[in-house]
Design a protein around this ligand. Structure first.
Ligand SMILES: [Mg+2]
Length: 381
């Protein structure tokens, strides 16, 4: 069997899908995307496809080596995401060829259901209680929220109080038996994070995510020592090598993104690396159905798995949502806040190919907002 054709589809709300077809007619799907830079990843996939076409799709690990290392200059979000989507598609093809779900090829399931969480925004605190009530009604046992909007380099007393008030409102709405995770989104400096983390501790967040920017990862050891709240990071890290120092710093939760960090192959290895540090896996996934399907396959085969992000109803999904391009929504029918294990081959989902092709004709030009502080200077989003 040989890879015959690789296509990409730029589909709303902000995703990029790839479709890998073999000369036997087996088709695998992947989601190679960097949010806001989808067209750039598309170009990277086209370049990597030059190597893959004509190759045996089942030599996934050998292809991973060549795709990540064969170009001499390596790594970074664009190349790692291009490889990630292609890797997902190759695992999908392998599963369909062997008649097995990907989690079976990864060594078999270690759990029957996977806990997922829902987003409740948090940039607009007024809507928070209402959004949480809706997610609790839908059966979710955990939500994630942003801690704050644009935040001063040293958060003011009012800004700090507003963060605590938001998380406190969330805790009140959730009660003691459900969880809230809080995303700092790299909007805080280490000094601000240290102060806010101590104040959030009594509200018992499940974890606080990206307490500082990835480029300030060298400050994590001090922050971990100072924080009574478990810290998470990883959506902007792209390989085992980049996870090693943050795991050594003592983060509690590793959050690789299946569409950014080298795909199923590398995230499965990152999970193993995290296990050696006693850290849990919580894959980042504010993306589409293929990325989520890949995350769930890894989750079913990973002992040190904590919780999976998913994007149903997320604030980004305006023109299309998680189920828009699926023939059958069943794999993402969450019961009591959990996804249940299926035995469909490959990634376990079936894309509506005509819907994908039609959506690609419209395309999208999604870009993340650029924020400014009150004085006009650049602010982290
Ligand atoms: Mg995040």
């Amino acid at each position: 069997m040989k890879i015959e054709r690789i296509e990409t589809f730029l589909v709303p709300p902000r995703w990029l899908f790839c479709r890998v077809e073999t000369d036997d007619g087996v088709v695998g799907w992947g989601e190679p995307v960097v949010e806001g830079r989808a067209e750039v990843v598309r170009a990277a996939v086209d370049v990597l496809a030059e190597y893959l076409v004509g190759q045996d799709p089942l030599r996934i690990q050998d292809h991973w080596q060549v795709l990540t290392k064969g170009g001499f200059y390596r790594g970074g979000p664009v190349l790692s995401s291009a490889v990630a989507g292609l890797d997902q598609a190759l695992w999908d093809i392998a599963g369909k060829t062997y008649g097995a779900p990907v989690h079976a090829l990864l060594g078999g399931p270690v759990r029957d259901r996977v806990r997922v969480y829902a987003w409740v925004g948090g940039d607009e605190p007024a809507q928070l209680t209402e959004q949480i009530a809706a997610q609790v009604e839908a059966g979710f046992t955990a939500v994630k929220m942003n801690a704050a909007g644009a935040t001063s380099p040293l958060a003011t007393a009012a800004e700090t109080a507003a963060v605590v008030a938001r998380v406190s409102a969330a805790r009140d709405a959730l009660g003691p038996d459900r969880d809230v995770a809080v995303d700092f989104h790299g909007r805080f400096t280490a000094a601000s994070a240290r102060r806010v983390l101590a104040e959030l501790a009594p509200l018992h967040p499940l974890f606080v995510e990206e307490p500082v920017l990835p480029e300030h990862g060298h400050l994590l050891p001090g922050l971990v020592s100072a924080s009574p709240v478990p810290l998470a990071t990883g959506e902007r890290l792209y390989s085992r090598a980049e996870f090693l120092p943050v795991l050594a710093a003592g983060i509690a939760v590793a959050q690789p993104d299946l569409s950014h960090a080298g795909g199923i192959s590398e995230v499965h290895r990152i999970a193993s690396l995290a296990e050696t540090y006693g850290a849990q896996l919580a894959p980042h996934c504010p993306l589409g159905p293929i990325a989520l399907a890949a995350g769930l396959q890894v989750a079913f085969a990973t002992p040190n798995f904590l919780i999976q992000e998913q994007s149903r109803g997320i604030h980004y999904n305006k023109e299309a949502d998680l189920l828009s391009y699926l023939v059958d929504p069943e794999p993402f029918r969450f019961v009591d806040g959990h996804a249940h294990r299926g035995d469909a081959p490959g990634l376990g989902i079936t894309l509506d190919e005509s819907a994908v092709r039609a959506a690609d004709r419209a395309g999208h030009r999604w870009r993340n907002p650029v924020w400014r502080h009150a004085d006009g200077s650049f602010a982290e989003w």
